[in-house]
Design a protein around this ligand. Structure first.
Ligand SMILES: [Zn+2]
Length: 176
């Protein structure tokens, strides 16, 4: 494309959107009133049950944190295939809450097999109680969430495997 006023205008529009933290892309689907974007090749995120798994996992997390879906109302959850997501002054992290949620679909360099294995449960905690410094004792427990989400299938290239849930993934500090 010939560089001209039109191209410059588009670049400036992008810069403005980035500057105010807006997400330019529309969600791939909506759960309750929460948008979900899939930016990963992880099989679980391509699975037909993904929307219902996001919903039930988030419901269990919201319950644990004493919140409800209003805490996620109008927010956007992005599942990202990269090992780390940018997170403001926190730098690279496996998950981020800055009004919206960004969740890596990798854990220690491996693609995870189900949404329950991601740090979604952790980041929803920030959406409900804030607490960026992780002073609440619940950041070090998560046993009730583990009980609620236990026994679900995960997805690998040759089929289904059990989800390998561990409270350490959701606890603070989360693995980097
Ligand atoms: Zn945190």
């Amino acid at each position: 494309m010939r560089p001209g006023r039109k191209a410059l205008g588009a670049v400036m529009a992008l810069a403005v959107l980035a500057g105010c933290g807006a997400e330019a892309d529309a969600p791939d689907f909506v759960v309750r009133n929460t948008g979900v974007r899939v930016r990963t090749d992880a099989l679980f995120a391509r699975s037909l049950d993904f929307p219902t798994r996001v919903e039930s996992t988030a419901t269990a997390a919201l319950e644990y944190w004493g919140g409800d879906w209003s805490a996620l109302d109008g927010r956007l959850i992005t599942f990202d295939g990269a090992a780390h997501v940018a997170c403001g002054t926190l730098g690279n992290s496996v998950g981020c809450f800055d009004g919206n949620l960004r969740i890596s679909t990798q854990d220690a360099g491996q693609q995870v097999r189900c949404v329950e294995e991601t740090v979604l449960v952790h980041e929803i905690g920030h959406a409900v109680i804030g607490d960026a410094d992780h002073t609440d004792p619940r950041w070090m427990d998560f046993t009730p969430v583990l009980e609620a989400l236990r026994g679900r299938p995960g997805y690998v290239a040759d089929g289904e495997v059990p989800c390998d849930l561990a409270v350490s993934v959701w606890r603070h500090p989360a693995p980097r």
